[in-house]
Design a protein around this ligand. Structure first.
Ligand SMILES: [Zn+2]
Length: 112
């Protein structure tokens, strides 16, 4: 049991260290949009239509409210990095909870 407790503690410490090194965080997901404009003679009214885009849209939910934001092509790689950091945060926290739950139980059993 001592060995397992030590191993869990070390894994949790590694997670904490990685968390402190995460960069900017941004929740949400990116999608590509193709739009039609108001000009009747535009290529987007051709058959088949050549619609405008892609435009990049970020969808996210905060405090039970869904929102979207347009992302410029030039901002795309940075936003992708922010989204990746957020996903990493969530997976690290999940793992921490999992390890910690096991650790909590072992500590209780150790005291018996
Ligand atoms: Zn058009």
């Amino acid at each position: 049991m001592e060995n397992r407790i030590g191993a869990l503690e070390r894994q949790i410490e590694k997670i904490k260290t990685e968390l402190t090194l995460l960069g900017d965080l941004r929740p949400g997901s990116l999608s590509e949009q193709y739009n039609v404009c108001g000009n009747a003679n535009c290529r987007c009214k051709d058959d088949p239509p050549k619609r405008h885009g892609p435009y990049y849209q970020l969808s996210f939910t905060r405090k039970a409210r869904s929102r979207t934001k347009f992302v410029k092509k030039t901002q795309l790689s940075e936003v992708k990095k922010q989204l990746k950091n957020y996903a990493r945060l969530r997976s690290l926290v999940d793992r921490w909870i999992e390890l910690s739950s096991e650790l909590c139980q072992l500590r209780l059993e150790q005291k018996e």
